[in-house]
Design a protein around this ligand. Structure first.
Ligand code: IPE
Ligand code: IPE
Ligand code: MG
Length: 252
């Protein structure tokens, strides 16, 4: 038996962990001859809808990719526009998120954020830490490779200091060293904007995700399209390396 203890044996129709690559804001704006920032601003509405719908449907964890470790390469004005938008949106939404029982957690190289945003992130995490209805994970300055590297570096330091025996490094210990420690593996990964790639989002955590690509640009992503993704997920047979017959036998 080599199955990871983290993989569920059965396949409930509802994903426990949904992750979203919210792509297409720039194209949405360009099509309207608007500045890219207008597209980012228009991306707030589908964020609200997705959070609300996932909480309502009973999703345990929702992870949103807001800014990648590679997005620092964008023009300086776009990066600062995005950072201001994150700060404004967080300050505006935090009371409602808290009121709705949402726990907020941020993952990424947060030291790279400006001081006001870093403080707002910390305050939001502290304020909502006892909430249990759903965990909203926001990936900012996040890269899947960055996460794997920082986990490896921390484990190597622990091993060098004699705190960890290298022979004890297994999937569980490694997963607990990632920024996503304690979160379930991603069941359903959604990417909007038509591109069929991962763009250095969660890597370790999407090993067995079902992947749903939407051609809608993120500002146009709505409840109907989210429902399409949930329906797609409910129809998948998750085999985790086994045969379809084995899965059917377990179900009977
Ligand atoms: C996603 O939309 C938002 C971020 C990456 C921050 P984009 O800004 O990448 O939009 P497109 O892909 O250029 O349309
Ligand atoms: C992925 O979108 C990052 C986020 C949605 C935050 P990008 O627009 O940065 O991805 P690429 O560059 O097209 O792969
Ligand atoms: Mg893009």
């Amino acid at each position: 038996m080599v199955a990871s203890a983290a993989e569920p044996e059965s396949h409930p129709a509802l994903p426990r962990h949904v992750a979203v690559i919210m792509d297409g804001n720039g194209r949405w704006a360009r099509r309207r001859a608007l500045p890219r920032q207008a597209g980012h601003r228009a991306g707030i509405k589908p964020v609200r809808m997705t959070v609300e719908q996932c909480a309502r449907r009973g999703v345990e964890t929702l992870t949103l990719f807001a800014f990648s470790s590679e997005n620092w390469r964008r023009p300086r004005e776009e990066v600062s526009g995005l950072m201001s938008l994150f700060l404004d949106a967080l300050e505006r939404e935090i009371a409602e998120l808290d009121g709705n029982g949402i726990r907020v957690r941020f993952i990424g190289d947060l030291d790279k954020l400006g001081t006001p945003l870093r403080h707002a992130v910390r305050a939001a995490e502290l304020r909502t830490r006892a909430n249990t209805r759903m965990t909203l994970v926001v990936a900012v300055a996040y890269g899947g490779r960055w996460d794997i590297l920082q986990a490896a570096r921390n484990l190597a330091a622990d091993a060098a200091a004699g705190r960890v025996d290298p022979a004890d490094i297994d999937e569980k210990l490694f997963a607990n060293s990632l920024a996503t420690a304690g979160l379930p593996s991603v069941d359903l990964l959604i990417r909007t904007g038509g591109e069929k790639r991962i763009s250095n989002f969660l890597l370790w955590d999407i090993a067995y995700s079902e992947v749903c690509f939407s051609d809608l640009l993120w500002p146009d992503f709505d409840e109907a399209e989210l429902t399409v993704a949930f329906d797609f997920y409910a129809k998948r047979q998750r085999r985790f390396g086994r045969t379809g017959e084995q899965i059917e036998a377990v179900r009977c």
